[in-house]
Write a protein that binds this ligand. Sequence first.
Ligand code: UD1
Length: 417
Amino acid sequence: MEKLLIKGGAPLKGEVVVSGSKNASLPLLAAALLAGGASVLRGVPALRDVKTFGSLIGNMGAGFTFEDARAEINTAGIGNFAAPYELVKTMRASVLVLGPLVARYGRARVSLPGGCAIGARPINLHLVGLEKMGARIQLEEGYVIAEAGRLNGASLYFDIPTVTGTENLMMAAALAKGTTVLENAAREPEVVDLANALISMGARIEGAGGSLIEIEGVDELKPYSYDVIPDRIEAATFAVAAAITQGDLLIRNVRPDHMDAVSIKLRETGAEVARTPEGFLRVRGTGRPKAVNITTMPYPGFPTDVQAQFMALMSIARGTSIINETVFENRFMHVPELKRMGADINLKGGLATINGMEGLKGAEVMATDLRASASLVLAALAAEGQTVIHRLYHLDRGYERMEDKLRAVGADVVRIS
Ligand code: UD1
């Protein structure tokens, strides 16, 4: 199994180019199922999750090609409406095919995602929403079996703002009969990107980016040709990399307006974060970071997907910081691994108290989930000596050529098998 070997200590300097957003690409690929013919998505990152999604829709009979960041999905041959367990278990976002399949084809058989390392992560809100729109849903042997005639618009309220839930129901509502109102909807930039692509397909959607989205269903949608937004989580990871190594990075292909919470918190630690006239982000470390508290929240709050990376930074901060994880109850799998590198962290429920150390030491550590692995990479870049990160496949789910990008700005990092 592949590992990453990192010798820490080098300040990262230079330019990095962020890839297209994984979490925006997956719903956009699913949205192609809503139309007849070929949709084209550009800027798609070459990640395992994207390939898995390709297999998933290929398995349904759709054509899928992916080259040079361009994905083409042709729905002409679709004849199988199932998402099997083997694919769904490796990628929870597979559930995003449910809304489009039910809305356009009137049926779907999608495996339940099952338990996940970062918490229970149910999909009850997706299912309740589809039922309110008229779908008949049964759970059988770990599968969601859904059937429907044409869906009807409905007034839906999310008990918790769910990102993929909002996306699933927005896609379903786009082809429903009548108007759907989504209240307490997720406001993430990826939801807005999906809404923009749907609008380009002929959907009538208002309010995406706010917590109330109104969708007036149409009879038919046409395929899209669309450019996905940059990955704000990858950009944030590089921003922390600059701060934690006392480096100076120019981060290109970024939407600074999607990164306000992270930028503000990084500035509080003492890092310089500036938007350049070209619209890039420049981040510079200015000495040992100051301890800063964070609470993860749905957008525009501080993203849970950057919590682990920020904790690596706080591990070497001056003073004590508290990280309150409110989105996923069990998203602290990186803590024991950071401790192996010398971090002083105490966990109590969703609260982590981090007593900043002067430095970390290289160690053998294990990646446990996607963002936890990014946190270990960051800690290793700042640590004294060598770190070996095992189970690299977690990192590869969400970061495109991360070690190449880091090496190009001065990191001592190699992948070995
Ligand atoms: C998405 C992101 C993931 C990110 C998360 C939160 C994708 C592919 N993944 O995941 O990277 O960490 O948003 O920003 O976009 N919940 C329910 N019932 C439901 C659905 C969700 O109780 O039916 C709860 C979850 O357990 C969690 C909270 O709602 O506590 C938010 O989860 P959600 O926004 O749905 O996360 P995902 O869409 O799975």
